[in-house]
Design a protein around this ligand. Structure first.
Ligand SMILES: NC(=O)c1ccc[n+]([C@@H]2O[C@H](COP(=O)([O-])OP(=O)(O)OC[C@H]3O[C@@H](n4cnc5c(N)ncnc54)[C@H](O)[C@@H]3O)[C@@H](O)[C@H]2O)c1
Length: 464
């Protein structure tokens, strides 16, 4: 056993793979042959921000047949009609894949027995107590269990704590009576999707693959190699799970660091953006992270706490993660205090002031509002009795947010000279590139810039 005695684990061999009887060469060989001759059929469960681009990568690069599964029939119906519900995925890509006969989508989960490989990309959020919410993974594993047949490969892609694949998912799948490694193959391969990133896409981002058994790693690596340029094999599913968490923890901690530096330098009268631009000229030993109004998105604010939860099982605390969480969670309050002080200087109380929040997506140039700090900013403004409106070129109607059930629905306001002139302050929360910031600066009375949109000093811009 190569884990701490408090951790529940399967027996792992020196290479990190569990000691299991491997699937016979002929069964694994059939799957390998199908992968190499392009006749393998892939099922992707969860047609969201991760599942849909992955499906298109298999079709477009690998010419591999994909069926997309989702319990949300609105999504599968849209895909069947050849539509896309993700801003940066053009509907023509969905239509082309469908018309080639290489892509279909369904909410009929009895069809999970059809594909040779099932890749799982369902949500892994946190509970209100900030512990892993595993119900989507568990439900999906049970659906797969009920359809599982000999010779199938199952790969979990959802970000999660080390041990999910070889403890939780494996034990559910084995309730089928089939044995992991012997009858079916199981692996973990984390998704590293960065929505809206024009430099890297699903096919050009190297794909980490770790198997519960060596055979699973081999077959899963061969499959992914048809969809992505580079596959990186690691020694176990646990290493693959921990790799993904490490990447996101690295980001969360470094963002917290620059957020803290922003507060310190601001008090000293130093512009943190000037400092970061200058530091970024060092060709080694420095990586630029940028401050903001708080953390957003499905990953960075949530994933680190998967490790925190698992570490408790080993009697350990994750101090860097907790501290980063503390610093990042305090940012919206810091921004609102800065806004209040800036209005105060202009003889205006925040109460009754009209504030336009610019950007409610969690980062620029996307239409995804999940965990966006803009919602916390809006709540804080409303608590202090400001009149709030918002503009987001990519989110025309504010969706209902699970974590902010009391926010009344609003529509995005047009960024006209008249509207900008009618508000007391513009709070830039997301720096979408299509916004004309020179126009905003010309017509707004006061701008709170949390994203470093304006460099140098401007009479009506306060950096926060
Ligand atoms: N969005 C990102 O940028 C990103 C990047 C890297 C990793 N991830 C990780 O990938 C996973 C998926 O994230 P996402 O952003 O694609 O989520 P998403 O919410 O966009 O999509 C998940 C989909 O799964 C479907 N689903 C839920 N339960 C299901 C079930 N039992 N059967 C079938 N379908 C089901 C949902 O209806 C939804 O359409 C998460 O673990 C996330 O942390 C996300």
């Amino acid at each position: 056993m190569n884990v701490h005695p408090r951790g529940r684990s399967l027996n792992c061999n020196a290479a990190g793979h569990t000691d299991r009887t491997e699937m016979s060469d002929s069964t694994a060989g059939q799957l390998r042959t199908k992968i190499s001759d392009g006749s393998a059929h892939v099922g992707i469960i969860g047609m969201g921000y991760v599942g849909l681009p992955l499906a298109l990568a298999f079709v477009e690069r690998g010419k591999i047949k994909v069926t997309g599964f989702d319990i949300d029939a609105k999504k599968t119906d849209a895909l069947t009609r050849g539509e896309s519900y993700i801003m940066y995925i053009g509907p023509e890509r969905v239509r082309r894949a469908r018309d080639l006969g290489l892509f279909d989508a369904t909410s009929d989960l009895t069809r999970l027995k059809e594909p040779d490989a099932l890749l799982i990309a369902v949500p892994t959020p946190l509970t209100p107590q900030r512990t892993p919410e595993m119900r989507y993974v568990v439900d999906t594993a049970r659906q797969v269990r009920d359809a599982l047949r000999r010779g199938q490969l199952v790969v979990l892609e959802s970000t999660t704590y080390p041990g999910t694949t070889d403890e939780l998912v494996c034990s559910i799948l084995e309730e089928s009576g089939l044995k992991c490694g012997e009858d079916f193959l199981l692996a973990f391969s984390p998704e590293r999707e960065d929505p809206g990133n024009r430099q890297f896409s699903t096919t050009t981002i190297p794909k980490i693959v770790g198997g519960v058994t060596a055979g699973a790693c081999d077959v899963a690596s061969a499959l992914y190699a048809s969809a992505v340029e580079k596959v990186v094999r690691v020694s176990s599913a646990r290493v693959a799970e921990a790799t993904k968490l490490t990447e996101n923890i690295f980001r969360a901690v470094n963002i917290a660091l620059v957020n803290e530096l922003k507060i310190i330098y601001d008090r000293m009268g130093i512009d943190v953006w000037d400092v970061l631009d200058a530091a970024a000229t060092k060709p080694f030993g420095f990586m630029k992270f940028t401050p903001g109004p708080g953390l957003g998105g499905h990953c960075i604010p949530l994933d680190p706490f998967y490790l925190t939860w698992k570490a408790r099982e080993y009697g350990l605390t994750t101090r860097f993660i907790e501290l980063a969480g503390e610093v990042n969670i305090a940012m919206p309050q810091y921004v609102i205090n800065k806004l209040q002080a800036a209005l105060n200087q202009r003889g205006k109380p925040l109460r009754g002031s009209r504030v336009l929040v610019l950007g409610i997506a969690y980062k620029k140039d996307i239409d995804d509002p999940r965990e966006s700090p803009s919602f916390e900013l809006i709540e804080l403004l409303l608590e202090r009795e400001a009149e709030v409106s918002y503009h987001d070129p990519h989110i025309l109607e504010m969706p209902r947010m699970r974590a902010h059930p009391h926010l009344r629905p609003m529509a995005s306001q047009p960024l006209t000279e008249k509207f900008l002139g009618s508000v007391d302050a513009v709070l830039i929360a997301t720096d979408h590139t299509t916004v004309d910031y020179a126009f905003v600066a010309k017509h707004a009375r006061l701008i709170l810039d949390t994203r470093g949109v304006y460099r140098g000093s401007h009479p009506n811009v306060v950096k926060a």
